[in-house]
Design a binder for this molecule. Structure first.
Ligand SMILES: NC(=O)c1ccc[n+]([C@@H]2O[C@H](COP(=O)([O-])OP(=O)(O)OC[C@H]3O[C@@H](n4cnc5c(N)ncnc54)[C@H](O)[C@@H]3O)[C@@H](O)[C@H]2O)c1
Length: 354
């Protein structure tokens, strides 16, 4: 078995690579990454110790992918993963990496008949319809009144049937465009492909920053010090996301190996029970020994921000007989343990001056 993981030194890619190594000790596993994300280089010793080959390459360059050789399975986990990418700057990087890069990976899969697993995002769902949902502030979070629901959404989350009309950020658009091409490759070339539309993912080895990876950003600031603000929607910290522990995702990928699905697109996330607001995240951080940071408030909402997103992952749960097994509390425990154990190497990256 030969496995190629693009973005393989990144948060998701490296954790999937290590999970697949455990499941397939004899497999040749290659992690391709251009190390653009600050902190991805810290994964190189983890990969090496597990006998995973690292290829310093760029998904935008077809010959780099070709150099990794034939693959039975490709997990496409490379990306510029910030929803804020492109605002006030050229969209070239996010478009070329997230869309052209996916096409390059698909071409590699077509040539070698590789199974293809694509990490897409809940950010393909358009911004304005999400903002228009009838949310109200209930205690520490935005939520719906009991029993309220609509086309493709309920308190349990957004399903794959939510409408797609409207803008969604350059990041979301590159992911949706990639999904469309994957569907065509599947139909035209018989590719065995699946798309995971992921809500927020978190866990150890995520190099959280202000524009992406809020769980680690929150935890690291509470542990190492630094400033934080509740940004947008009045600056109260009541916005909500569901979070999936990266190990739950990696287990799903392991289950996916060699399987053919009835459909292409599946929402993947922690669901209502895995959802949290920023205020609630602050509480969990303080309970785990975090400092009281006196979090600031920025009432203005950034262009791509949404007040709420919860993933309804019923489709994949029933088809794969999979469900997350790690609670939000487990997740914060794991992140705090990692930040404590690796403080020496992480402090420059995630400390107050980062
Ligand atoms: N983390 C989340 O909450 C989340 C949620 C939904 C979807 N996703 C998707 O999951 C995938 C992995 O995200 P992540 O959280 O691990 O992000 P990450 O930034 O940690 O990992 C992405 C990796 O891709 C690499 N990369 C960037 N540009 C590249 C290029 N041109 N060529 C080769 N490598 C390149 C980066 O160096 C990085 O190591 C992405 O597709 C992302 O969109 C992530």
């Amino acid at each position: 078995m030969r496995i190629l993981i693009t973005g393989g030194a990144g948060f998701v890619g490296s954790n999937i690579a290590l999970q697949l190594r455990k499941a397939y000790p004899q497999a040749k596993i290659t992690a391709l990454d251009n190390l653009r994300r600050r902190g991805s280089e810290l994964s190189l010793p983890r990969l090496k110790n597990a006998g995973i080959e690292f290829f310093h390459g760029d998904i935008r360059v077809p010959s780099d992918i070709a150099s990794t050789g034939p693959a039975d399975l490709i997990v496409e986990a490379s990306a510029e993963p910030s929803v804020h990418a492109g605002y006030g700057e050229s969209p070239a990087y996010v478009v070329h990496t997230n869309l052209v890069g996916t096409i390059n990976a698909l071409e590699h899969a077509r040539k070698h008949s590789s199974q293809f697993i694509f990490l897409s995002s809940s950010r393909i769902y358009p911004i304005d319809p999400i903002r228009a949902l009838p949310l109200s502030e209930q205690g520490t979070r935005f939520d719906f009144e009991e029993g309220v629901s609509g086309q493709g959404w309920s308190r349990n989350g957004v399903t794959e049937d939510f409408g797609l009309e409207g803008h969604r950020s350059m990041y979301g658009a590159t992911k949706l465009a990639s999904e469309l091409l994957i569907e065509e490759y599947k139909q035209m070339y018989g590719l065995n492909a699946v798309v995971y539309r992921c809500g927020c993912l978190a866990g150890p080895w995520q190099m959280g920053k202000v524009d992406q990876g809020f769980v680690v950003l929150w935890a690291s600031r509470h542990l190492y010090g630094g400033k934080l603000s509740y940004m947008g929607f009045g600056g109260k910290g009541v916005q909500v996301r569901d979070i999936l522990h990266v190990d739950d995702l990696a287990e799903l990928v392991e289950m996916q190996v060699g399987k053919t699905m009835t459909r292409t697109i599946y929402n993947v996330g922690g669901g209502y029970e895995g959802s949290i607001s920023l205020l609630e995240a602050t509480q969990l951080c303080m309970e785990r020994g975090g400092q009281d940071l006196g979090i600031g408030s920025v009432p203005e909402t950034r262009a791509a921000d949404i007040p709420w997103f919860v993933t309804d992952a019923s489709r994949i749960r029933s088809e794969m007989n999979w469900k997350p097994t790690r609670s939000i509390e487990n997740l914060f425990d794991d992140v705090f343990a990692w930040l404590t154990d690796y403080k020496e190497s992480l402090y420059d990256l995630l400390g107050p001056k980062s």
